[in-house]
Design a binder for this molecule. Sequence first.
Ligand code: NAD
Length: 502
Amino acid sequence: MTSVPVPFDGHALSPETTAFLGQTHRLLINGEWVDGSGDMETRDPATGLALTRFHIGGVAEVDHAVKAARAAFEGPWGRMTVADRTAMLHKLARVMDANATLLTELDIIDNGMPRFIAGLTTANCVEMIDYYAGAVMRIEGTTIAPPRHIAAETEALTYTLREPVGVAAQIVPWNVPLSTAILKLAPALAAGCTVIVKPSEETPLSVLALGQMILDAGLPAGVVNIINGVGAQAGQALAEHPGVDKISFTGSTATGKRIIQAALGNLKKVSLELGGKSPVVVMPDADLSIAIPGVALATFFLQGQNCMAGTRIFAHAAIHDELMEGLAAFAGGMTLGHGLDPATVQGPMISDAHSAKVMGYIDGAKAQGLTLVAGGQKLDRPGNFIQPTIFTGCDNAMPIMREEIFGPVMAVQKIETDDLDAIAALANDTPYGLSGSVWTRDLSTAHRLVKRIRSGHVSINCHGAVGTNIPFGGYGQSGWGREFGQEGLDAYLETKAVTARL
Ligand code: NAD
């Protein structure tokens, strides 16, 4: 029997979040909240109940926002001293910190993520704004020997300037809504760019709340514009717009390829953070007391709706059975529920359509006769809760091992070899290259294997060890460029070389 959904499963929301849901949610263009050309509804994926409606934009609203961003870039933001820009970003961090409960609860109810993850990502967002605020005054060029043909004639000086790319469009997915917007906004603003952010139509709310904080922190009109909308309309219009100098996109590899096509018109700079199907290699000497929870969470963290999820497990035959026993016990002990419940460690799938896609892979694996070690069912309750699921007996050629499922589904292949080249060949047999991990007590094995794995981010005895100051991005079809750290800032800077005859 399916029970009748109760708002937030009976868990209380803070007064500020309740008040926010009661507001009208417009577009932020040129420092003002303006009407869109239509509206949509957003739902709590843990109950299926409607949360609120929000305005959406298309070609006309995108054009308006791009013009506002251009005016701010050439006007107040471009003319502001770096000291003032630094202070303003630190002020934004303080405003966000003061509103952390609102930001955290909005990501819980709009995305379905558990509270411990939402709280962590909000804190990381504040840290990220402070980190890039601190980087503003460290944007530096270099002095270089002048060219021979000029230096032969006269004294000369050659140096480089680092200048902002200009107007940046930033398109983000639904799986970590606030965090993905901030890790694009913070370096762009630090570099001196102005931006138009397009959140996912599945999760518009936390970025809208951020918009008011940006106004409250005193950023000039037009520096940050927020256009909610459908990807094929608002997103496509941003990717095509000739007034946009750079597009930064996080989302699926299929959409990333469309963005590249759309950006061709004015050859805008493109950075892409795309999908993944990351390998996890567990060697015979792995410390299973850390490998069991670590490997389980490599797949199940954020209900598997996680770009760096380690979902292809290569388990050495020597530890395979013990690992499976431990993983099954861990998965069986995970508490599924509403993200507002502090006991919840795994939330729902984002939508009915996505849940059906994930269950399609599970049913396909069952039909193929793979060994089901844990889970395999969708819970009979409102919301789309899928049990943490583990299949073993998999082969790297199977869809479950090759395709990004983006759900709590682990595929395990038993390996018999100790040959690191052979293991790396299996790990690298994928179009993706975003993350990965190696579990062993042997330092030499660990570093030799890491060197052989073609991926932008590989961890040893842990998985997905991302941080504000650590570059993150993909090899292969997992993307172009890096975010976080200094490389994240460089993505929003041009280099101008200057030579002066003296
Ligand atoms: P998606 O590609 O469907 O959508 C992402 C964003 O693009 C949304 O805002 C959407 O509205 C917009 N969009 C859709 N079609 C568009 C178009 N034609 N032109 C412009 N914009 C368009 O992805 P999703 O389902 O929201 O997110 C899940 C995907 O994101 C997964 O593949 C995951 O691996 C990936 N992801 C990658 C990273 C990373 O850092 N590499 C991080 C998070 C998520």
